[in-house]
Design a protein around this ligand. Structure first.
Ligand code: GAP
Length: 493
């Protein structure tokens, strides 16, 4: 339930002018400068198979993205890391995979049917439709140097636009068969609270976690994949005893901040936005957004809200079924409160891509000098060459290691390299490449963020050692071929 984001909570209780100013200040006051140009990143993502425009063959469809061979691995690694840390390594959280389409009454109970909307204006001049609350950052499609409204276009009054995608269930298309693609995964968890509680032998406090697709018919999808119409969420509903809300909220904010650094996001690129009491939905007692310094500004990755017992109470009211918990220790019956950390997979993937992307100038072999970060608009110094490197943390890197025979026309090198590749492939996504000069092969892997390169050369045939190359430092060392798997396992632990 999006009480943290600009959806239901805020459309019910509009932000005060002061709250907007406070928020703007928090967003503008960051000192960290984004190092990546989003157009260059998008170009690399397309060229190397991370992200493609959805339906590109037919001219594309706005707000929908496809993840290519490397993108799908990256996203899977992010989801696996979240699932491992949020579910599998804890004994107080269990998982769920609920259907995308749910009974339409769910969305009445949750408040989405009534209030899940953004304010929209039409431009009578250019026929464009825009978010009324984002006019100050939206360029006019006809005159891109001007903002919508300032371009002289004739705008209508703002009106509310519900973001849920509608569909019909079964062969008859009438009011009785209307259903919705879920705009968040959370409601599936609330609706199955009782079933999960009865089968999982969990006691409050405990959580139910889910990863899955969500759909929002955003008025203006923008900033690459940041605001899409189809995206994935990773949501945890952590059910707690009333009165423990503040402590658990604090716990989860810290746990989630730590998780971002564990997947390679630098702490100085993260920030927290703490909601003021005048910004909270009426049922929430606290809300914090975890923000990342994207190239287009400081923006939300995840919201962590203390939502009281609003959701379970509403589903109880609308379904007519009691959704309560009996605490044997205190002999009390109550509707649990909930703390909800709610993250977007696509936004995290975009943050991980931004964080990893680096263009460097490196001294050509034998010329000496230090590696320098490339400065956009400046000429590269003589004796240097450019390297683009994706510095993914090994746990999220799509390919964990690349295996190269030094020369492709030496069968004994090729055979040894292929044997090593085949054995590592049983445990990790690894890549084999025998084409081109070894330096170019290293560069190709740097550009897709492969943390380690392993080269089989003539010395391998003599003493069973290989060259182990580290992507970030480009340092090389010789290690026994028998130690390669252990090295990799240690780096990925
Ligand atoms: N159940 C709470 C909820 O859905 P939200 O703030 O609306 O809260 C949670 O969404 C997270 O889902 C956001 O922090 C963001 O990462 C992701 N998200 C929301 N709308 C999105 C969109 N249009 N495109 C991509 N990610 C989105």
């Amino acid at each position: 339930m999006p009480d943290c984001d600009s959806k239901i909570g805020k459309s019910i209780e509009y932000l005060t002018f002061f709250a907007v100013l406070t928020r703007l200040h928090a967003i503008m006051s960051t000192s960290t400068t984004p190092k990546v140009n989003i157009e260059q990143l998008a170009s690399l993502c397309k060229r190397r198979g991370f992200i493609f425009q959805g339906s590109e063959l037919y001219g594309g469809i706005n707000g929908f993205w496809d993840y290519g061979p490397l993108g799908v691995e990256l996203k899977r690694n992010i989801k696996d890391a979240w699932w491992r840390d949020t579910v599998q390594r804890r004994s107080d959280v269990v998982g769920l995979d609920a259907a995308i389409i749910m009974h339409p009454r769910v969305w009445e109970a949750s408040g989405h049917l009534e209030g899940f909307s953004d304010p929209m204006v039409d431009c009578k001049t250019c026929k464009g439709r825009f978010r009324a609350d984002q006019l100050e950052s939206t360029s006019c499609p006809q005159k891109p140097s001007k903002l919508v409204g300032a371009c002289g276009g004739d705008l209508t009054e703002a009106r509310e636009f519900n973001l849920m995608f509608q569909t019909f269930v079964g062969p008859v298309r009438d009011d009785s068969s209307v259903a919705y693609l879920r705009p968040e995964t959370a409601q599936g968890i609330f609706a199955q609270f009782d079933n999960v509680l009865s089968v999982s032998r969990q006691k409050v406090p405990f959580g139910i976690a889910q990863i899955g697709k969500a759909f929002r018919n955003e008025i203006n999808p923008r900033n690459y994949t940041f605001r899409s119409r189809e995206f994935e969420q990773m949501e945890l509903e952590f059910f707690i005893k009333p009165g423990t809300d503040a402590d658990w909220h604090e716990y989860w904010v810290q746990a989630r901040m730590d998780w971002y650094t564990s997947i390679g996001i630098a702490p100085e690129h993260l920030d927290k936005y703490v909601y003021g009491s005048d910004e909270l939905a009426h049922y929430a007692s606290a809300c914090v957004d975890i923000m990342y310094q994207f190239p287009f500004g400081l923006q939300e990755l995840e919201g962590i809200a203390a939502r009281g017992n609003f959701d379970l109470s509403r589903h109880s009211e609308f379904s007519g079924k009691k959704l309560e918990y009996f605490d044997q220790e205190s002999n009390e019956r109550f509707i649990p409160h909930v703390v909800e950390p709610s993250a977007g997979v696509d936004r995290i993937a975009l943050a991980v891509l931004c964080e990893a992307y680096q263009v460097e100038w490196i001294p050509k072999e034998g010329t000496g000098g230090d590696v320098r970060e490339a400065v956009p608009g400046e000429k590269m110094p003589d004796g240097y060459e450019e390297r683009t490197v994706m510095r993914f943390a090994p746990t999220v890197a799509p390919i964990k290691a690349a295996i190269f025979p030094l020369l492709k026309n030496r069968p004994e090198l090729v055979q040894t390299a292929q044997d090593l590749y085949a054995s590592l492939q049983q445990r990790w996504p690894v890549f084999y490449d025998q084409t081109g000069a070894i330096g170019r092969r290293y560069r190709r892997q740097d550009e897709v963020g492969t943390p380690f390169g392993i080269t089989v050369d003539f010395e391998t045939l003599e003493n069973q050692t290989v060259t182990w190359r580290e992507r970030d430092s480009m340092a090389q060392e010789r290690i026994p071929i028998a130690e390669v798997a252990d090295r990799l396992a240690a780096a990925l632990a």
